[in-house]
Design a protein around this ligand. Sequence first.
Ligand SMILES: Nc1ncnc2c1ncn2[C@@H]1O[C@H](COP(=O)(O)OP(=O)(O)OP(=O)(O)O)[C@@H](O)[C@H]1O
Length: 302
Amino acid sequence: MAIIEVDGVHKAYGGRPAVDGVSFTVDEGEIFGILGPNGAGKTTTVECVEGLRVPDTGTVRVAGMDPAVDRHAVTQLLGAQLQESELQPKLTVREALELYSAFYPRPAEWRALAERLGLDGHLDRRFAKLSGGQKQRLFIALALIGNPRVVVLDELTTGLDPRARRDTWRLIEEIRDSGVTVLLVTHFMEEAQRLCDRVAVIDKGRVVALDTPGGLIGGAAGSTAISFTPSEPIAYAELETLPGAVSVDVTGSDGRVVIHGTDDTANAVITLLARRHITARQLRVAEAGLDDVFLDLTEQAS
Ligand SMILES: Nc1ncnc2c1ncn2[C@@H]1O[C@H](COP(=O)(O)OP(=O)(O)OP(=O)(O)O)[C@@H](O)[C@H]1O
């Protein structure tokens, strides 16, 4: 069942559209990713969901309520970690958790939350003295303190080292496993691929694709890359006509061939080479990642 419904949302700043007819729904219990280049309209979209901005046209519903109208009720069930959040530098972790608990009628037990997020050893540390990873964990704790049904995380792992990023991913999965719906804004393809049940790719204020990460990758033209160095020259025109082949390129001085196509293309290449008695040195068959799909989709739209 959908807990977030965004339908035909438009939002312009000074006459310039930032969000240009975005629609999607998020089911209860999923991690839904919003992916897109800088300035694509991701933050504006989630701020409409949070009730921080009001769409010019279109509708947003969170658990059936309009966040711009039922602001109080929506803040009780939606927790948000805002992009570039800051707290008063002298506030300690304990004070921040106590303060935020006081905003909610039925807050989570903050000590248990601090323990779950690995903050229990830093309760007396001031915000200004926390590392980037510790700050992010505190922001997650503050987003969860009201026992929300939905949590919005905007570029949560930007600026974290790879280990802290992986730890944060585990936390996000745990949040989802505890029944909370996660709306995740990210620039990182690996993050979307690893975490998200479904992903909306937004570019220039529009949804250019919406699917599971696997569906996006599988559906992309040329999602399999076959590369090899032939032992003798090969007729490239013949390669271009192989089933599913999208492109054939020759790279480097050794005549290395790179073909983008499908699994069928890979099989056909191998059969063709065997028939011609050509050896393929350093034959590699690689699946495209969400990275390739993202570049493809956002390039097409430009
Ligand atoms: N308050 C504002 N006033 C004027 N323009 C704005 C405002 N907020 C955002 N914009 C513009 O709207 C467009 C979309 O911005 P938004 O922050 O929603 O994109 P984003 O996808 O979240 O970008 P990023 O990944 O860089 O955070 C951008 O061109 C941005 O400059």
